[in-house]
Design a protein around this ligand. Structure first.
Ligand SMILES: C[S@@+](CC[C@H](N)C(=O)[O-])C[C@H]1O[C@@H](n2cnc3c(N)ncnc32)[C@H](O)[C@@H]1O
Length: 241
């Protein structure tokens, strides 16, 4: 029995890897994360653009719940989803794939799901197929070089306080912030205070028809699916080598 976490990229079906398409076409069942069973999610849309079979099943997760509140619903969803995947594998054997936006190793539901499934099926083989992250897609869509020479890169989720953001900005490297949509104005203020507003972009719904790339200085609100990129200060070519 095997569980495969498949990164499906940021949302554009063209950004699904050849390896992912191959795994998806062979998987006994493809589970996709959704917020409600009657609404297709982004990962499902990408997968469906390539599928020639219909072995697809939705699993509900509390994808958008605020981390400041109770985490009960989130944990209940992980448990129910893991129980469903395990039931499928016990009945049919073979492989089950889980499609996740971006890459499965980067702030993905797959990590929690795989851990729970491993507890229920200790001998299961678990592997992943990497996907293009929102960070990479944001840099590409905005036409940015994320890091050069010795510049460090910090990727952080803005779900709790913004102290980590201040620290990363003070570090002088590139900073990429996920999950900052709900707090965009606060985020913009902190980036302005660090003197980096003229080096900051906001990339929303990358890889979808709703894609929007703006200068953060000119952005007042953003969706949950938005990524903020702040470039390091750069002087002459190669100065940061
Ligand atoms: C749970 S994380 C998933 C990250 C994903 N596994 C990756 O590798 O990029 C969700 C966050 O990723 C970012 N994100 C994911 N897809 C995006 C997209 N299409 N456009 C902009 N940001 C996106 C947003 O910051 C969002 O809040």
């Amino acid at each position: 029995m095997e569980l495969i976490g498949i990164g499906v990229g940021p949302g554009d079906p063209d950004l699904l890897t050849v390896a992912a398409v191959r795994e998806l076409s062979h998987a006994g069942r493809i589970f996709v994360p959704v917020m409600a069973t009657d609404v297709a999610g982004r990962a499902e849309a990408v997968v469906r653009a390539h599928l020639t079979h219909n072995r697809l099943e939705r699993l509900v997760f509390a994808l958008n719940d605020d981390v400041a509140g109770s985490q009960r619903r989130r944990h209940d969803c992980w448990d129910a989803a893991a129980a469903r995947v395990v039931a499928h594998l016990r009945e049919h054997g073979g492989s089950a794939a889980f499609a996740t936006l971006g890459d499965p190793s980067v702030y993905s539901t797959f990590g929690y799901l795989a851990k729970t499934i491993r507890e229920l099926l200790p001998d299961i083989r678990i592997r992943t197929v990497p996907g293009i992250t929102a960070m990479q897609a944001a840099a590409s869509a905005a036409g940015l070089t994320l890091v050069e020479g010795s510049e460090p890169l910090t990727l952080l989720p803005l779900t709790r306080d913004l102290a980590a953001l201040d620290e990363a900005l003070a570090g002088g490297g590139a900073v990429v912030a996920y999950k900052g949509g709900r707090r965009l104005v606060q985020l913009r203020e902190r980036i302005a205070a660090a003197g980096a507003l003229d080096r900051a972009w906001c990339a929303e719904h990358i890889g979808t028809p709703d894609e929007r790339i703006t200068r953060l200085a000119e952005t007042d609100s953003a969706a949950y699916l938005s990524t903020v990129v702040v470039l390091p200060p750069r002087s002459s070519r190669g100065a940061q080598l």
